[in-house]
Design a protein around this ligand. Structure first.
Ligand code: C5P
Length: 293
């Protein structure tokens, strides 16, 4: 039998999308909000694997798989596969995509968006059909406002409704803690609860962040404009922020996206110890850490 050249299986880390700063600067007539955000992708995420199979299928596993609601056809990965096949004018590829759901769902770190973006990259490599950047970007935007930014793993400045992207300075060597009180927050509900929708723009980023102190100094002049509204809907976010803020090894703490996940920045050497201490104090929370720069 001829062995053929079946492409090998591949797996990728679908990195969490973390908004280090998120300024809401206006609202469009269709209801979508205008924002300006510094977005980073720590080495913390879901896993998406692709394997040739008899027909297309999505397999779900991992600690948060059971929180994915609805039929698997509603999963953003399936929508991404269909949209990709249509845009590339090909049949839906005969592959099994396995999503190992390690990030909490509806948690402000773009879990569904990063899974879909990672699936798109895996499909490009498997089919060897590479859509022009602007087509891939438009396809991603139709799937969700946060999907285009998740096509990248380098820091990005995101503007518009999330569709205008430009590279941000590289992150200094440091680590990030992510903590979620295991309470889901609805993004549209937080948008609705915002006190104001026209806030100050994101300050210009420096050319480089040479150290964690540099990054912290910049971020101290920034905000997450959704944080107060999210705490109003989900007071547990306040508990998470208080726990992170009370740890002297953490130099900056803020909520990501529409919550409830919050992040803490620290030196790389401290991350594992902080993670262990937080787990001991709050066994009911989801806690992860990983390098940033
Ligand atoms: O695009 P996505 O499905 O991720 O957005 C979820 C919801 O968040 C939208 O239906 C909208 O209500 C709100 N949203 C918004 N402005 C944005 C992004 C999302 O109002 N820039």
């Amino acid at each position: 039998m001829v062995s053929g050249s079946a492409p090998a299986s591949r797996a990728e880390l679908a990195r969490a999308k973390v908004n280090l700063a998120l300024h809401i600067t206006g609202q469009r007539s269709d209801g979508y909000h205008l924002l300006a955000s510094l977005v980073v992708f720590p080495q913390i995420g879901d896993r998406v694997a692709l394997q040739p199979d008899e027909a297309f299928k999505l397999v779900l596993d991992g600690p948060f798989a059971r929180d994915l609601e609805g039929p698997s056809n509603d999963n953003l990965i399936v929508k991404a596969v269909k949209a990709f096949a249509e845009a590339a004018s090909i049949e839906i590829p005969d592959v099994a995509l396995t999503l190992t759901k390690r990030l909490p769902v509806s948690s402000g770190i773009g879990g569904g968006s990063t899974d879909a973006a990672t699936a798109l990259r895996l499909l490009e490599d498997f089919t060897e059909v590479y859509l022009p950047d602007d087509e891939l970007h438009a396809l991603a935007l139709k799937l969700g406002a946060d999907v285009p930014v998740c096509l990248y793993s380098d820091p990005q400045i995101m503007r518009g409704i999330g569709d205008e992207l430009e590279p941000a300075p590289a992150m200094p060597a440091c680590a990030m803690l992510l903590v979620n009180p295991k309470v889901g927050v609805s993004t549209p509900d937080v948008f609705k609860a915002l006190a104001g929708k026209t806030n100050e723009a994101l300050p210009a980023t420096p050319e480089a962040f040479d150290s964690l102190a540099d990054l912290t100094a910049y971020l101290e002049s920034c905000r997450n404009d959704m944080q107060a509204a999210a705490i109003g809907l989900c007071p547990e976010i306040g508990d998470v922020l208080a726990a992170l803020q009370s740890d002297e090894r953490i130099v900056l703490t803020r909520m990501s996206g529409s919550g409830a996940t919050c992040f803490g920045l620290c030196e790389k050497s401290a991350a594992m110890d902080i993670e262990r201490d937080l787990r001991k104090a709050h066994p009911e929370w989801w806690i992860a850490s990983g390098p940033l720069g």
